[in-house]
Design a protein around this ligand. Structure first.
Ligand code: SF4
Length: 242
């Protein structure tokens, strides 16, 4: 392990207790767990996800058309209170898609998802599994406009904005979706559940595997949960290696 890797794990509050074993292409993927902890279930039954509301006007859009449509959108009340829409960022052919809840104050100003402290932690989480923002990774949110005072988006706001994310997913065709936080997970899966009950399970989003982990902003407030997030990332890497 080099100095950078150690720094990443320290940032995640994991070093030196939790270290993912490096695997070669010839090796079966394997994740190490601290003594006394039960590894995550490898695979469970994939449940069909209910189809979200789908706008006929967005489901045929290409990237430039979709970006312009989101830019011009005033379909819900969030647009009146934000600085700009935050479309998403990254590799438009990425195998990894990370989905958060919605823009915060920094994202609203900069027009990019996951900047600021939560973004820095997400970048470190990506680095811990040898990923990098923009390189085989796309990052988006459930809603494209900042909710006032960072409140949770309301159901009608999610319903209005979801067709944009659906079309992003249709264009990207990721191999795996990582839902960051309960709002992202329940919105994509179309059912209410606790985040704890959704973790450690391989879900299905209309044919695309989906896993659930904590939102980086929550991890900043609850650093003790970072070890669980690391478990989830290892689960994701394991799934991608299969
Ligand atoms: Fe449109 Fe989504 Fe912004 Fe609402 S949150 S105005 S649906 S882009």
């Amino acid at each position: 392990m080099n100095i950078r890797d150690e720094n990443v794990l320290r940032e995640l509050n994991l070093y030196p207790l939790w270290v993912r074993r490096d695997t070669s292409a010839a090796d079966a993927p394997e994740v190490s767990a601290p003594a006394g902890e039960v590894p995550l279930a490898a695979e469970v039954a994939i449940k069909p996800a209910p189809r979200q509301s789908e706008s006929g006007s967005t489901s045929t859009l290409n990237w430039p058309e979709l970006k312009q449509t989101v830019h011009d959108c005033t379909a819900c009340k969030l647009r009146a209170g934000c600085t700009q829409t935050v479309f998403g960022v990254g590799d438009e052919k990425a195998e990894w898609l990370f989905v958060g809840e919605g823009p915060g104050a920094d994202e609203d100003v900069q027009g990019e998802p996951f900047v600021g402290q939560a973004g820095k932690l997400l970048d470190n989480m990506l680095a811990a599994i040898k990923l990098k923002r923009g390189k085989n990774v796309y990052i988006a949110n459930i809603v494209k406009c900042r909710p006032p005072n960072n409140r949770t988006p309301e159901p009608d706001e999610i319903a209005n904005c979801m067709p944009y994310l659906q079309q992003q997913i249709a264009l990207i065709k990721p191999k795996l979706i990582v839902a960051l936080g309960k709002t992202a997970a329940t919105s994509l899966l179309g059912r209410d559940a606790t985040l704890g009950s959704l973790r450690g399970t391989l879900h299905d989003y209309h044919g695309t595997p989906l896993i659930v982990t904590y939102h980086p902003a929550y991890l900043l407030r609850s650093p003790a949960e970072k070890a669980k997030a690391w478990q989830d990332l290892c689960f994701a890497v394991q799934r991608m290696s299969e």
